[in-house]
Write a protein that binds this ligand. Structure first.
Ligand SMILES: Nc1ncnc2c1ncn2[C@@H]1O[C@H](COP(=O)(O)OP(=O)(O)OP(=O)(O)O)[C@@H](O)[C@H]1O
Length: 218
């Protein structure tokens, strides 16, 4: 269970995330949807510790995410839009590095490349990939390491129709296995495919992500 309580974040005196409280159970996909600039990415970054919080707490399985316990780090896979690739490692080598660090067997790399349609690109350098292929590589990381909570920021970005469809089914299957997915998305079709519970944020320009979240859709 992810427990976000009274999360607050302001930039230069402007409150972007105001007293946000919600829980996300294993077996669920939860999506922040809505206007550009409403604070979705900021919320995700504050939850996973990539951005400071001005208030509130985030707990996973009862433990504070701030503590970065090994078990928590293993559980939480955050694929935000900030992946830096090693310039001298191939696509397959990136996945191998991650799999090995998490003690996974080598076959997960081939499986992930196949699943993401990257089987012919394993020997390429990430810098030579198209933007959609790069997004597929970013997502492939989730398939080569263990996790219980996956955090994704607009994972549909740059994916083609087949890629989005694969992603929706993949996220649903992960939730059905008892894992939890938290994402920001502008793609309602993806949210539907994934069976996501939605938090629909307000129009931009206001301190919009606010208050205790109730089920709004699903
Ligand atoms: N580091 C920062 N410094 C100042 N303002 C910031 C910073 N990061 C985000 N903001 C502002 O916070 C607000 C929320 O941004 P955020 O990226 O969280 O929105 P979003 O809902 O993810 O938008 P989008 O749908 O466009 O991705 C925006 O007004 C943005 O300009």
């Amino acid at each position: 269970m992810l427990e976000v309580e009274s999360l607050r974040r302001a930039f230069g005196g402007v409150t972007v995330v105001d007293d946000l409280t919600f829980t996300l159970a294993e077996g669920e996909v939860f999506a922040l949807v809505g206007a550009n600039g409403a604070g979705k990415t900021t919320t995700l970054r504050c939850i996973v510790g990539l951005d400071e919080r001005d208030g509130g707490s985030v707990r996973w399985g009862g433990a504070s995410l701030d503590e970065r316990e090994p078990a928590t780090r293993r559980d939480v896979c955050a694929l935000l839009d900030d992946t830096a690739w090693f310039p001298d490692l191939t696509v397959a080598e990136h996945l191998a590095l991650l799999a090995r660090a998490h003690g996974e067997e080598a076959h997960v790399i081939v499986d992930a490349l196949d699943a993401l349609g990257l089987a012919d690109l394993g020997d390429r350098m990430p810098a030579t990939l198209s933007s959609g292929q790069t997004q597929r590589l970013r997502l492939a990381q989730a398939l080569v390491r263990p996790w219980r909570l996956l955090v994704l920021d607009e994972p549909e970005q740059r994916l083609d129709v087949d890629g989005r469809e694969w992603l929706g089914h993949y996220l649903r299957a992960c939730a059905d296995e008892g894992r939890a997915v938290l994402m920001a998305s502008h793609d309602r079709t993806l949210c539907d495919l994934a069976g996501a519970r939605l938090l629909d944020v307000e129009a931009a320009g206001e301190p919009t992500i606010e208050g205790v979240v109730e089920d709004t859709d699903g």
